[in-house]
Write a protein that binds this ligand. Structure first.
Ligand SMILES: [Zn+2]
Length: 95
């Protein structure tokens, strides 16, 4: 089956939870929206920068298979390492 989804960055206008780690973000957060269609069902979820960084190290990108909270709880250590990367990047002012 062909998976089709696309993603883009948004500044949220409403509070959202990150699908990958379950953290809550208030409006004005920079999140990645991933949306697609699977078996005729439209779906959309939001990922924070830490989850995106975590997933960038994965060898697969089948985003439809991720359960709620999986990005963090699958491998909490990897997620915490990604958190450091994101923080350092933010301190350097490049994202
Ligand atoms: Zn997250």
């Amino acid at each position: 089956m062909q998976h089709c989804f696309e993603s883009h960055m948004v500044i949220t206008r409403k509070p959202h939870r990150c699908w990958g780690c379950g953290r809550r973000f208030w409006k004005g957060a920079h999140l990645e929206v991933v949306e697609g269609v699977n078996d005729g069902q439209f779906w959309r979820c939001y990922y924070c920068s830490i989850c995106r960084e975590t997933m960038s190290h994965w060898h697969w990108n089948d985003l439809e298979c991720i359960d709620y909270g999986d990005v963090k709880w699958n491998d909490e250590r990897a997620w915490e390492e990604a958190e450091q990367v994101v923080k350092e990047r933010r301190l350097k002012g490049s994202g």
